[in-house]
Design a protein around this ligand. Structure first.
Ligand SMILES: Cc1ncc(C[n+]2csc(CCOP(=O)(O)OP(=O)(O)O)c2C)c(N)n1
Ligand SMILES: [Mg+2]
Length: 346
């Protein structure tokens, strides 16, 4: 698909593209589309009874695609949380790999054992995670400490979490340790205003997470999490600071979760349809599409071709992953205990 030169306009103020090329802008948009459509596929497969579970990240596309563009593949380390489908896709996890995880097939990276949406890839510098809220943060800080101890300069760790995670002790301990040791780590909060059914005002006494950075003596930055480009620029700057020895930063991206927490949740029990419909007006995907059209980065037919291509890729990956076999029971202990041992057989 061809990207077009932006049509010159004498009167219009050019948008802030933060040094990104047309190709990079389109890549961000493609990641957002992939996340949106693949996530919907997860919900469809669950409702068809083909997979047990999928989680939801609609509303997080801008922060994740922006952050993924700032991440330097082959150099940085990503320690995400379960809602980071777009970040995983943006740094190179394929839809096929995601679907192998959702279908729990033998060819999945964990041989179908890990919880869905908990990706890991040594190739991409993507740490495995647990669902335990904030448990990834000490791991991220440990990885940053290792980078510093080994004198492995020019590299940084990007770790993510939700607003609810900031109430956990590990969150505070991790920020404090990283600040004391000036570790190369970026803490990116995807503040979607809900921790399942707990709203922000029942989670904390004031709604601005970035302000807590001051208490640790590190920079705190807040961005519109529905705007992919400001998210990109904030994470890019924070990663650059970390890579060059400037220490950790806390970036807060204010976004919103449009769907239920997961396929197992019914959000009608705790928030009104009006609230969700109202927040949908700021949907980051059409907003970014509009920007690319307005500045002729893409034409209407390019957008249609892009959407068709993404859907075809997801359809093909769905069929391919579904056709793969389940793990064999005889492989249950592979990669779990040394020598494939079954612990109780001693
Ligand atoms: C230590 C711990 N407590 C509770 C849970 C159950 N739980 C799973 S997701 C979640 C909400 C987390 O909210 P937030 O950190 O805001 O992230 P979001 O899901 O909104 O992206 C909770 C409480 C858990 N997984 N781990
Ligand atoms: Mg939340």
């Amino acid at each position: 698909m061809a990207t077009k030169q932006r049509a010159a306009s004498k009167t219009r103020v050019p948008f802030e593209r933060y040094g990104l090329t047309d190709g990079q802008l389109v890549a961000i948009f493609r990641t957002m589309l992939l996340q949106r459509m693949l996530e919907n596929r997860g919900f469809q497969l669950n409702r068809q009874g083909k997979i047990p579970f999928a989680s939801a990240s609609e509303g997080h596309e801008a922060v994740q695609a922006g952050a993924a563009m700032a991440f330097e593949r082959g150099k940085d380390i990503l320690v995400p949380y379960y809602r980071d489908l777009g970040l995983a896709l943006g740094i190179g996890v394929t839809p096929y790999e995601v679907l192998l995880s959702l279908f729990a097939r033998a060819a999945d990276h964990s041989a179908g054992r890990q919880f869905p949406h908990h990706y890991a890839s040594r190739r991409l510098g993507l740490h495995t995670i647990s669902s335990v809220i904030a448990a990834q943060l000490p791991h991220a800080v440990g990885a940053a400490y290792a980078l510093k101890q080994s004198g492995d300069g020019g590299r940084a760790v990007l770790t993510t979490f939700g607003d609810g995670a900031t109430s956990e002790g590990e969150w505070h301990e991790s920020l404090n340790f990283a600040a004391v040791h000036r570790l190369p780590v970026v803490f990116l909060c995807e503040n979607n205003e809900w921790a399942i059914s707990t709203p922000l005002d029942k989670q904390m006494g004031q709604p601005d997470i970035y302000k807590r950075a001051e208490g640790y003596g590190i920079p705190g930055i807040v961005v519109d999490g529905m705007d992919a480009l400001t998210c990109y620029s904030a994470v890019r700057d924070a990663l650059a600071r970390a890579r060059s020895g400037g220490g950790p930063s806390l970036v807060e991206a204010k976004c919103y979760r449009f769907l239920a927490h997961t396929t197992d949740d019914d959000d009608r029990a705790y928030r009104s349809r009006e609230e969700v419909a109202n927040r949908r007006k700021d949907d980051p995907v059409p907003r970014f599409e509009q920007l690319l059209l307005e500045y002729s980065i893409l034409e209407g037919q390019d957008v249609e071709a892009l959407k068709r291509g993404v859907l075809e890729e997801i359809n093909e990956a769905t069929d391919r992953a579904e056709a793969m076999p389940y793990p064999s029971p005889s492989h249950l202990y592979d990669g779990v205990c040394a020598d494939r041992g079954e612990p109780w057989l001693g």
